[in-house]
Write a protein that binds this ligand. Structure first.
Ligand code: KG4
Ligand code: ZN
Length: 342
């Protein structure tokens, strides 16, 4: 089975081909991501209309390149999987309309895939998924969720952020420090040479006995701390970056381990753009290891937006025989839990 994945929900145009056959774990035959970061960086964030236009200009050629890389042609495809939401409406429309057109012309079924389900299952691209149920920490630019995965399409939300997402906190803190968009990687780079103990920042909700998060207070604390600094030299900026990173990561790790202990899960997966953060990955492995919880990490390029995860999620759905909705549209808002009730 060959599945073409297409992802255009935000600022990366991506295509990939996933190949699997009965009994094997499957593999990626080709994948490419065309990042729009440079285009949006000068605006300090994603400009939706610009994103849509870039997707439109980039996607057709990118798909041809990926098919060439995979060594297959359109008739070799069994399905096209496309991100149908959540995301930017215009950006989603480009991907879904193009996928529908390609599916129609080539007589290939088109499967709408939930972007967060793609992230959630992405660790399976690089290593076999652990047995169900397991816990996944899903940390992207717009979402911070702890999910119990009971099976493909069966997701129980254990906790979520009540305000800003972790990625948003990285991005907003970076902006306060005058760092470029996207803020997460910029903070992570600077933090390498910083002292995380120099600034005392809150660990919001850390000691509350639930699995929810809150990051907007942390961002405000960063704002006040930055205002107090008269001379923001390079070292001070690095120390602040390290302090912010430590605060975010410690909360994410603490709550993820609590989720595993509360649900009795011995397997913890992390996914989404923030999962590319090396401090988070190291801290998670050390602290989860102490509790005999096994951590499953996707490769760095499969943490951030990519199309392999979309094709892979579709493959898992098809293998489970999960029916595809006849009528569907791009959905900028689409709660993950709705998948469980389908
Ligand atoms: O999953 P993703 O690529 O796109 C969304 O679906 O949102 O996540 C993007 C988020 C951004 O907030 C970005 O700053 C953050 O992931 N991010 C990171 C790192 N790489 C990306 N945050 C911290 N450290 C990183 N290395
Ligand atoms: Zn994403």
């Amino acid at each position: 089975m060959n599945i073409l994945g297409i992802e255009t929900s935000c600022d990366e145009t991506a295509a990939a081909v996933w190949h699997s056959q009965a009994g094997d774990g499957g593999r990626i035959l080709g994948e490419k991501v065309a990042s729009q970061i440079e285009t949006h960086a000068r605006f300090g964030g994603v400009v939706p209309e610009v994103a849509s236009r870039e997707h439109l200009a980039t996607l057709p050629m990118l798909v041809e390149e990926v098919l060439h890389q995979a060594g297959i042609a359109w008739p070799d495809l069994d399905a096209i999987a496309v991100t149908a939401g959540p995301g930017l409406m215009g950006a989603l429309l480009v991907g879904t309309a193009w996928a529908r057109g390609a599916g129609c012309v080539n007589n290939i079924p088109v499967l709408p895939i939930h972007h967060m389900e793609g992230h959630l299952l992405a660790p399976g691209l690089d290593h076999q998924l652990p047995p169900f149920p397991f816990v996944t920490l899903l940390v992207s630019g717009g979402h911070t969720l702890l999910v119990r995965v009971d099976g493909i399409g069966c997701y129980v939300q254990l906790g979520q952020t009540i305000d800003d997402a972790a990625g948003e906190c990285f991005d907003k803190s970076a902006r306060l420090l005058g760092l470029p968009y996207p803020g997460g990687p910029a903070i992570a780079r600077l933090a390498e040479s910083g002292d995380a103990k120099r600034f005392t920042l809150p660990r919001p909700m850390m000691n509350r006995d639930n699995l929810d998060f809150s990051f907007s207070g942390l961002k405000t604390a960063v704002m006040y701390a930055v205002r107090k600094i008269d001379d923001m030299d390079e070292q001070t900026c690095a120390d602040m970056a390290a302090s912010v990173e430590a605060a975010i990561c410690e909360v994410l790790v603490g709550k993820s381990i609590r989720a595993c202990l509360q649900t009795g899960s011995q397997h913890l997966l992390i996914a989404g753009g923030v999962a590319a953060n090396l401090t988070l990955r190291r801290l998670l492995e050390t602290q989860a290891g102490e509790k005999e919880i096994e951590v499953h990490l996707p490769r760095l390029e499969h943490c951030t937006d990519n199309a392999a995860m979309i094709a892979y999620a579709a493959a898992q759905r098809m293998e489970q025989g999960i029916a595809v909705a006849e009528n569907w549209d791009a959905r900028p808002r689409w709660p993950l839990e709705e998948l469980s009730s389908q």
